[in-house]
Design a protein around this ligand. Structure first.
Ligand SMILES: Cc1cc2nc3c(=O)[nH]c(=O)nc-3n(C[C@H](O)[C@H](O)[C@H](O)COP(=O)(O)O)c2cc1C
Length: 373
């Protein structure tokens, strides 16, 4: 019997994924000065044995200033790199899963409390807080401390920070890099007229607003081995009239494609508290479909994709080439096994767990065999 679409391999650049289930990047706000610890070992460890085709490590800041919260993961120091090396060594020793990392800069949404502490801004001068940087000196919401607008030297520094983090990611042996240009963080701030009111070559026209994100893509692409993919996560709309929209998203995706981008991960929102999001199952899939049809790069859909049959139909109907799941993977880290069981597919599982294969699903795990004397 042929595998269901969800469980067929896919190419992201030269990287082959065993199936089209991707674990979306998820901040854990649990690092110390950017360095991961035991939580990351446990968290990423359980996701690595999930049977998904790709694990994308959470938004990883390219500088201390670019962290959303003081607990964000980073890749800007030797200590960060060593901490990640320890975790990746353990993941590699125990799982064949492909592993990517999301490189990020929070821009004006930096210096925030963790969600479980309320998520509000930590003002500069308060313990743990710092002055954020952004395209323009416009705060995310009016009552907040405004960020400092990046000047030419600041833009150069941020580009160099992205490149340096990409070089560290290469040394760590990561299989791919996702550039975070979504959810109202720095690169999305450049794209959106709601956050970018610059009057230089980086603001105003669509071409100018795309300039910095495209420059960042170029430096990351150049700093990462050519045989490993670099792709981008984009918000397809701000959900605010006069904000960033799907036409800009298609233009940006085409610009990225021309520069060697391997895929587009289509999300939405995050740049403005004014956003009015129409939530529902697969609510961002129509945007992925639009990008896939107009741009032709491998396209990843995300957002309230929770059911195996739903994921299968997204791929079968060519709405996207892969799906990514965040909350559903935390709720059920064996989601790919359960999806394979429902759809009649086969999935990789660690040999230590082969005996868990249910009686009625004797062919669920690839290569499973066991004996005893
Ligand atoms: C705990 C948590 C952390 C998240 N962190 C990130 C992140 O680091 N980078 C990112 O682009 N999106 C992040 N997101 C958004 C998810 O990747 C995803 O786009 C969103 O949750 C919608 O997908 P879902 O309905 O499958 O959860 C996070 C979401 C959750 C629930």
């Amino acid at each position: 019997m042929p595998q269901p679409h969800l469980f067929t391999p896919i190419q992201i650049g030269k990287l082959t994924l065993d199936n089209r289930i991707i674990i979306a990047p998820m901040c854990q706000y649990s690092a110390a000065e950017g360095t991961p610890g035991d939580w990351h070992m446990i968290h990423l460890g359980q996701l690595a044995i999930s049977g998904a085709g790709l694990l994308i490590i959470e938004a990883t800041a390219v500088s201390a200033e670019g962290r959303i919260t003081p607990g964000d993961l980073g890749l800007y120091s030797d200590a960060n790199e060593h901490g990640l090396a320890r975790i990746l060594q353990a993941l590699r020793a125990t799982s064949p899963i492909k592993i990517g990392m999301q490189l990020a800069h929070a821009g004006r949404k930096a210096s925030s409390r963790a969600p479980w502490e309320g998520g509000a801004q930590i003002r500069p001068g308060e313990p743990g807080g710092w002055k954020a940087v952004a395209p323009s000196a416009l705060p995310h919401s009016p009552s907040e401390d405004p960020p400092a607008a990046l000047d030419a030297a600041g833009l150069k520094r941020v580009r160099e920070e992205f490149a340096a983090a990409a070089r560290r990611a290469a040394r760590l042996g990561l299989d791919g890099i996702e550039i975070h240009a979504a959810h109202g963080y720095l690169l999305h701030q450049f794209l959106s007229p709601l956050a970018n009111q610059r009057s230089d070559a980086y603001g105003g026209s669509l071409e100018n607003r795309m300039r910095f994100p495209l420059e960042v893509f170029e430096v990351v692409r150049a700093a990462f081995p050519a045989d490993r993919p670099v792709w981008a996560r984009i918000s397809a709309t701000d959900w605010v009239p006069g904000g960033w929209d799907i036409e800009g998203t298609v233009a940006l995706s085409q610009g990225l494609k021309a520069r060697g981008c391997a895929a587009i991960h289509v999300s939405s929102g995050g740049v403005s508290p004014q956003q009015v999001i129409k939530l529902g199952p697969g609510y961002q899939v129509p945007y992925a479909r639009h990008v896939k049809a107009d741009v032709g790069l491998p396209t990843i859909a995300v957002g309230l994709i929770t059911e195996a049959e739903q994921a299968e139909s997204i791929i079968a109907n060519a709405e996207a080439d892969a799906v990514s799941l965040a909350r559903a993977m935390l709720y059920d880290p064996r989601w790919p096994w359960h999806a394979a069981a429902k759809l009649g597919a086969r999935v990789k599982a660690p040999h230590q767990y082969w005996r868990s294969q249910p009686r009625e699903l004797k062919d669920l795990f690839e290569d499973a065999k066991f004996g005893a004397r």
